[in-house]
Ligand binder design. Sequence first.
Ligand SMILES: C[S@@+](CC[C@H](N)C(=O)[O-])C[C@H]1O[C@@H](n2cnc3c(N)ncnc32)[C@H](O)[C@@H]1O
Length: 227
Amino acid sequence: MSIDPLSDAKIVESWRKNAGPWTSAVRESQIESRTLVTNQAIIDAVVGRSPNVVLVIGCGEGWLVRALAAQGIRAIGVDVVPDLIERAARAGGGEFHVASYEALADGELRIKVDVAAANFALLGKNSVNDLIHRAPTLLSEKGALIVQTLHPLVATGDLPYVDGWRTGSWAGFSADFTDPAPWYFRTIESWVRLFSESGFHILEVREPLHPKTQKPASALFIAEVSG
Ligand SMILES: C[S@@+](CC[C@H](N)C(=O)[O-])C[C@H]1O[C@@H](n2cnc3c(N)ncnc32)[C@H](O)[C@@H]1O
């Protein structure tokens, strides 16, 4: 049976195919907005919480885990793609596990962390909704959820500013990439609703600016469990 091209399952299938080129793109600093802005933005947000233990959700080849380890912070990276987790483990710096968002939402990883951080990794619909709904159970008291994602105002392009599936593209990436992953577009209002319906209150929304374009390079949410 073929996979629906606009689905959570297709996202995972596409990322499985692109583990090698993705690792090169990240490790060779091929993505300018990351090196100029967004890498430091997520590091600052996480370190600003002074965490002992951090869970990096959808960690890819593991750069954020290594960056946190360099600051003496214990970090655990999880990703659904075994090839990425193997590459991350080989590079070292933290603990890495193969786990899908569905598995995290089902409570398979029995841990409590001070920060759960996702960097451009919450790309799907139901997998992300379910994960965020269960995220409070992953956090210690006063723990925080930190999500950096595409800024909806920039990412919407010429399409209507409404939630919905979008086809992927590797425009601007090397020719080694294939079969781009689709992603589920969410407005700011929709992100805020997802966090609040899941029991979080948002402490801060940051909009790091790209120094060349003066447009937001991302939207970054810092949220705590309400109550
Ligand atoms: C754009 S990459 C970002 C990787 C990493 N956070 C970084 O900053 O380089 C998106 C990541 O999300 C992971 N991912 C997507 N859907 C997932 C799911 N359902 N469960 C676990 N990981 C998933 C992919 O495998 C991929 O590594």
